[in-house]
Design a protein around this ligand. Structure first.
Ligand code: FES
Length: 106
């Protein structure tokens, strides 16, 4: 079963500005870009670096340390040094509430 948990208000999200939240101890970066909201695990798959401190462009979030970008839709890295994807999670919007589910990775 997919369990959605409210993580923040839609109006709290700024376009292309990641917001770090914690869900059951898992750090998640919530990003609004291009009219959509995405949730991606906040830890880079290359090293223990917070992706929410990086920049968002073209539906990708860039790790500030070595520059790998991860697709917000799939979590896949677009280039080295990261080779493994970062988990992404389903997002649901209801009114001004943003919900994320960790129980089903998309
Ligand atoms: S720590 Fe993210 S690319 Fe190296």
């Amino acid at each position: 079963m997919t369990t959605f948990v409210r993580v923040c208000g839609l109006s709290e999200l700024e376009e292309d500005t990641p917001r770090r939240v914690e869900l059951d101890g898992t750090p998640v970066s919530v990003v609004q870009t291009g009219g959509e909201v995405f949730a991606i695990n906040d830890i880079c798959s290359h090293a223990n670096v917070s992706l929410s401190e990086g920049e968002v462009e073209d539906c990708q979030i860039e790790c500030w340390l070595h520059g790998s970008s991860f697709d917000l839709r799939t979590g896949k890295p677009s280039g080295l040094p990261a080779t493994r994807p970062v988990p992404v999670y389903p997002v649901k919007i209801e009114g001004d509430d943003v919900f994320v589910s960790l129980t089903q990775e998309s």
